[in-house]
Ligand binder design. Sequence first.
Ligand code: SF4
Length: 398
Amino acid sequence: MTAPTPPPTDSRRGSERGGPDDASPPDGPPSGSGGPPDPSSIETSRRPFVLVWEVTQACDLACDHCRADAQPARHPDELTTDEGKRLLDQARSFGPGQLVVLSGGDPLARPDLRELVEYGTEQGLRMTLTPSGTASLTPSVVGDLESAGIERLALSLDGASAESHDEFRGESGSFEQTVEAAQAAREADLPLQINTTVCAATVDELPDIRELVADLGAVLWSVFFLVPVGRGRVLDPVSPARAEEVMAWLSAVSERAPFGVKTTEAPHYRRVAVQRTRDASEAPDADGIGRRLGITAGDGFAFVSHTGELYPSGFLPESAGNVREASLTERYRESDLFESLRDPDRLRGKCGACEFKHICGGSRSRAYAHTGDPLSSDPLCAYVPDGYHGPMPAGRAD
Ligand code: SF4
């Protein structure tokens, strides 16, 4: 079971850093053969840069941090194959080359996974996958999915050794199976992304995981800062001060590593990067992989649950409607929830007062998890704007 992490923007056989791809009008007519859009040209009020579909919550693992509270069996009200194809049709209507992440649970729990990947690819979507590291993820399955059209495989590593990873994932053998799948992806010339959860239990292993990410030939390391939802409520997050150190370290890693680095649910990484340069004008205009700045829940990112609910992210389970009845594009563009999340001037408290709110804005999911208000402040951030004397965010750990 993996976090719904935005995958990279590069083309199927893109460069390691995945620079901008062929420019395409972000809201042009649907095209079965259109290339991926230029990420910097996407108007995120019109379309998500990343659309995640949680195809199932079924999974054989029992990870400590699982957002989905994954279950052994598939939910009887999951979107069917035909409903899933209609969802992919709607995704196509966002514009050419829409990026779709098939997430879970474990997507491999669905017997129609290959059919869905092929269908999405035929529609001109860029299909990527976040399977769980289980015995089902064999090299032949990886090769089969690659031939069906998967453009990127994202695997989770939350420890640098079998002992620590398997303990976190709740299943012995997961580390070995994940490494084998990563090697299979490399042999199939399938770009690999590694996802890692940052919390008190994993933070000390990040330097060793970084080495492993390089050894496995990954093109991107996606570092997810824990949001306390699902089973993740039982884990301890890192403190804001520790998060600050980790982000500064990641920023330094990104300058030297043979892979891209991005954070998930930690947009203050962008603020940290700006502060490291001491001058906003020297800050990178993308996060090292060609992704435009500012993709956050509901603003360049959308999540469809296994039963069809449209959420701003998998960690912000506030529904803007169900894709069985509502238009995905209309709800994304015009629902009050999504519109409010795209307006930094509606943020409250410390984030609302912050001069970095247009490049950061804080994790709306973490704010929601702590307060039930997605526009409140992110308690993981250590930064206090000059002259701010208002209340500090609920749930702040230091
Ligand atoms: S206070 Fe909020 S907007 Fe400012 S850097 Fe921190 S999380 Fe980002």
